[in-house]
Design a protein around this ligand. Sequence first.
Ligand code: IMP
Ligand code: MG
Length: 176
Amino acid sequence: MIKESDLKVLFDAEAIQQEIAKLGKQLNNIYKDEEIYLICVLKGSVMFMADLAKHLKMPLKMEFIRLSSYGSAFTTSGKVNAVDIALPDLNNKNVLIIEDIIDTGHTAKFLIDFINLNFKTKDLKFCSLLDKKVKREVDIDADYYCFEIDDKFLVGYGLDYDGYYRNIPYIGYVEV
Ligand code: IMP
Ligand code: MG
C-alpha cells in the first residue's frame, strides 16, 4: 500500500488549475458559441471535467461513461472493458472526449472507434489532462492536453492507486 507521505509532487494544485484555465480559453476560442457534448470517462476524469467545464462558455451537455482496462494496480493491459457506455444521440454534434491520461492509447482508440461506429458526429476531438507519449502502443494522439509526462505512475486529481487517492488536489508519483 502506498502512503500519501511517499508521494512526490509532480504538479501542484495551482499548476493544474493554471493549465486548465488556459485550455478552457483555447476551447472557448475554438468552439465559440457552438454547442458541445463533453464525454467524461469515469472515474479518473471526474476532477478534470468538473474544473474544465467551469471555464467553458458555450452551451454544453455533460455525459458520463465508464470504461475499465484490466491490469494490475500499476499497469494497463490494452483490453478495454465498457462498463457503462450509454450515450445520447451524437449524430451531427460536436463531441469532446475528456480523459485523465493517455497511456498506451488503447482506451482512447476504443472510445473513438466506438463513437465513430455508432454516430456520424459533426466533430470529434480528444482532450486529456496528461499525455504519457512514451508509452503509446497504438497510433493515436490527443487533440488537446495539458501536460506531457514520462513513464511514471501518477496518482491524485482523479488518478487512483487501487481506487485510492483520487481526491488528492495535486498529482503525485511513486517510484515503482
Ligand atoms: P491506456 O488505455 O493505456 O491509454 O490507459 C488509460 C487508462 O489507464 C487511464 O484512463 C487511467 O485510468 C489508467 N492509467 C494510465 N496511467 C496511469 C497512471 O499513471 N496512474 C493512474 N492511472 C493510470
Ligand atoms: Mg481513465
